[in-house]
Design a protein around this ligand. Structure first.
Ligand code: ADP
Ligand code: ASP
Ligand code: MG
Length: 422
């Protein structure tokens, strides 16, 4: 008998009918002779609705209380799903992240899993029960407070449990048929990708393809655990994320896809004295505020002033925090002023074949130029090119690149089964 870990996202359990449909699927998996551990997200847009509610009560809610609030979303869906399964005549028990042994650090809102001790899950499985675990949450090892793993974190709960329980695969059920060459909500001619290496999926996820949580892919790679991303609305095979042997990589397409990110902002630190240690001071201040930055550009300093400008991007949710921290350190660092801009978007092209194929960057920039789109910042890795553009030009930029690299599917349109794309 195998052990299967299945994760169902918010749109897969958006209402009572969807919960009943998912319950059927889980029961069928159990009846086929498998032990089943299910990880579930909050129903539909519950997490966003809870965030809106919190904002109405307090503009800056305490992080501990926000986590307490947000984790309630997953408790609702896990209990309802267990009830729907019971109604089909099978025993199902639900568990919070804490009860399931998801141990984290105490960084509220972005906690990292540091240990998984799924004793109670193992026990329940051994007794023949279907287990349902609330995604995206854990308990802090030191403070014993409830934590959340960051938006989209249920994927990471599922992979962490799959690794700890020794499952052979982690199935991620969502509202599209797998990973596509671009977000099918933006490019209707996007093509489904049958399989992707961890490395390529990591670049796609870190470039904004929210189909999988970045840390879930990192976690799966560390444990060589295959992920199967598929739709809970169909029975079609989805996309496999796994180790691809070098000989197979040779035949893989040069480009795997285009990803985009809306939730970024940029800060320009104007008039930074051009001497050793200045950039280090700026980024130390930002790091001490707990902020991860993305792209950095430093201009050539003008000889007349001996000063330069440094621009970097960061999640827009951290903009106020970063501006505050830098303003406080202005005298000590000695820059002239700060500028911020949250109307930016990032578009990225990902593909392992870029390493060995020259001309990809030239073609990338020409495609954007032909579409009349201005590039504000550029960064690259061995297998990715990313640029910052105006946010309102993002869909056009994604479509232009998707066509230029011949990724369009001529066979039909990609199906989006549910969700609001929020
Ligand atoms: P869930 O609620 O199941 O976790 P998410 O909304 O987090 O679902 O992720 C699924 C969504 O990811 C899709 O509906 C799609 O709009 C979006 N998406 C972005 N990039 C891609 C891509 N490359 N392939 C497939 N879906 C993508
Ligand atoms: N419900 C959480 C969110 O909306 C976690 C998840 O869905 O993965 O971000
Ligand atoms: Mg998700």
């Amino acid at each position: 008998m195998g052990l299967v870990v299945q994760k169902y996202g918010g749109s897969s359990v958006a209402d009572a009918d969807r919960i009943k449909a998912v319950a059927q699927r889980i029961v069928a998996t159990r009846k086929a002779g498998n032990d089943v551990c299910v990880v579930v997200s909050a129903m539909g847009d519950t997490t966003d609705d809870l965030l809106d509610l919190a904002a109405q009560v307090a503009p800056l809610p305490p992080a501990r209380e926000l986590d307490m609030l947000l984790t309630s979303g997953e408790r609702i869906s896990m209990a309802l799903l267990a009830m729907a399964i019971a109604n089909l005549g099978m025993e199902a028990w639900s568990f919070t992240g804490s009860q399931a042994g998801v141990i984290t650090d105490s960084r509220h809102g972005k906690a990292q899993i540091i240990d998984v001790t799924p004793g109670r899950i193992r026990d329940a499985l051994d007794k023949g029960r279907i287990t349902i675990v609330a995604g995206f949450q854990g308990v802090a090892q030191d403070t014993k407070d409830v934590t959340t793993l960051g938006r989209g974190g249920s994927d990471t709960t599922a992979v962490a449990l799959a690794a700890a329980l020794g499952a052979e695969v982690c199935e991620i059920y969502t509202d599209v048929d797998g990973v596509f060459t671009a977000d099918p909500r933006i490019v209707t001619t996007a093509r489904q990708i049958p399989k992707l290496s961890y490395e390529e999926m990591l670049e796609m996820a870190s470039s904004g393809a929210k189909i999988l949580h970045l840390r879930c892919v990192e976690y799966a790679r560390r444990f060589s655990l295959p992920i199967h991303v598929r739709s809970s609305f169909s029975t079609k095979p989805g996309t496999w994320i796994l180790d691809i042997p070098p000989e197979e990589q040779m035949e893989a397409p040069i480009i795997s896809g285009v990803a985009h990110e809306r939730g970024e902002a940029k800060i320009t630190v104007v008039g930074v004295p051009d001497k050793p240690g200045e950039a280090a001071q700026i980024f130390t201040v930002v790091a001490d505020a707990g902020i991860n930055i993305d792209m950095i550009v430093q201009n050539v300093s003008s000889v007349a002033t001996g000063r330069t400008d440094i621009t970097f991007t960061l999640p827009s949710t951290e903009l106020t925090n970063a501006m505050g921290a830098l303003t406080k350190a202005q005298d000590q660092i000695g820059f002239e002023s700060l500028q911020s801009d949250d109307q930016i978007g990032k578009v990225s092209l990902v593909g392992a074949g870029m390493r060995t194929h020259p001309g990809v960057t030239a073609k990338f920039l020409s495609a954007l130029a032909d579409a009349g789109i201005n590039v504000e910042m550029i960064s690259t890795s061995q297998i990715r090119i990313s640029v910052v553009v105006r946010e309102h030009e993002l869909p056009a930029a994604v479509a232009a690149l998707h066509s230029a690299f011949e990724l369009d599917d001529t066979g039909g349109e990609a199906t989006v089964y549910g969700g609001t794309g929020r």
